[in-house]
Design a protein around this ligand. Structure first.
Ligand code: SF4
Length: 332
């Protein structure tokens, strides 16, 4: 993992042989697999995110043999929608979908997934707020979860999930993409063979990114790494992987970003001129007030870190945790 000059920080922790791999509702990529033979292509997924990830498209309804065109199905009963049934006639598909979804999600898990993008409102693929029908003529409740998603949650409870529409929301998009890239880095590390040394280096590089998401987990991970040698390595690796994934379920808020920016500024204070100090303090204040996006203080910090060659900060993934062209920090 040597640091090539000019290489973005995130690059050296990823591996072209193990790209970020996402499951996706096949209709979102333009496959004509919907009940009426149509699709729901999402341009952000195909034209922007798709350049940086590998997709594993799945259409659960087609794969359980419902065909195209097919009758409409819906969730019925219970808060999350206990049963999956044909709207006309009421044939119950719950057991067939469950058997298929448990086997398919096990297959996806074995391939290695970093996240999943789901089609909203679908009784199979919807992540939340799917209509659940009760008594005939009654109003459906928007409390359901698609049955394929329920299987994903059973199999991979910490897998980052997101719906296509929500990815238009910049903070939700940033949280999801940070989570999938982070999960991929952990998978790459594990596949290369974990060691005490590699875990310490991984943790060091992620410190500020973790702090931006969850300070309590950041501290617990620090204690875990500090305890290497005092309990079996395998136990530490397993706990680290679990907690690391949990950290990215929490969103990095403006307040948490400001906390991290000030931490990083602290490392630079002794190296930079008074003019540079004023500039960075002002960029952080402007960001805190919501007048400039996160990319402004980050770019300034990156520049100062490179000019003053502050090695510890230069290696922090927080400064650049994913490809720049995704422009995630231009909007949060
Ligand atoms: S929402 Fe899911 S089940 Fe429906 S067409 Fe898209 S991929 Fe298939």
């Amino acid at each position: 993992m040597s640091e090539a000059a000019g290489e973005p920080v995130w690059r050296k922790w990823h591996d072209d042989g193990q790209p970020v791999r996402l499951g996706v509702s096949a209709c979102l990529l333009g496959a004509e697999v919907r009940f009426d033979g149509g699709h729901k292509r999402d341009r952000y997924l195909t034209d922007v995110l798709g350049v940086n990830v590998t997709w594993l498209p799945v259409c659960p309804e087609l794969e359980i043999g419902l065909g195209i065109p097919r009758p409409t199905i819906q969730l019925r009963g219970g808060e999350r929608g206990d049963r999956l049934v044909l709207r006309e006639g009421g044939e119950d598909l719950t057991d067939a979908m469950r058997a298929y979804a448990d086997a398919r999600t096990a297959e996806l898990d074995a391939l290695g997934l970093d996240g999943y993008v789901l089609k909203k409102d679908s009784p199979s693929c919807g992540m939340a707020r799917v209509r659940v029908h009760g008594a005939p003529g009654g109003m459906p409740q928007r409390t359901g979860v698609g049955h394929f998603v329920q299987a994903l949650e059973r199999r991979m409870p910490l897998l980052p999930l997101e719906e296509e529409g929500r990815l238009n929301d910049p903070p939700l998009r940033e949280r999801f993409i940070e989570a999938i890239f982070s999960r991929n880095r952990w998978r790459v590390l594990v596949s290369r063979g974990l060691s005490r040394k590699s875990l310490v280096a991984f943790h060091e590089a992620h410190k500020m990114l973790l702090l931006a998401h969850d300070e309590s987990i950041y501290r617990r991970l620090g204690r875990l790494v500090g305890g290497l040698g005092q309990q079996p390595d395998e136990e530490i690796y397993a706990s680290y992987g679990q907690l690391f994934a949990e950290a990215f379920q929490r969103r990095a808020t403006i307040a948490r970003h400001v906390n991290v920016l000030e931490h990083l500024f602290g490392y630079l204070k002794k190296r930079v001129s008074s003019v540079e100090k004023r500039e960075i303090a002002s960029a952080i204040a402007e960001y805190r007030a919501g007048r400039v996006p996160l990319i402004v203080p980050i770019s300034l910090l990156r520049f100062l870190v490179a000019s003053h060659d502050v090695e510890y900060v230069r290696g922090q993934l927080y400064l650049e945790p994913h490809p720049r062209e995704l422009m995630l920090r231009n909007h949060v």
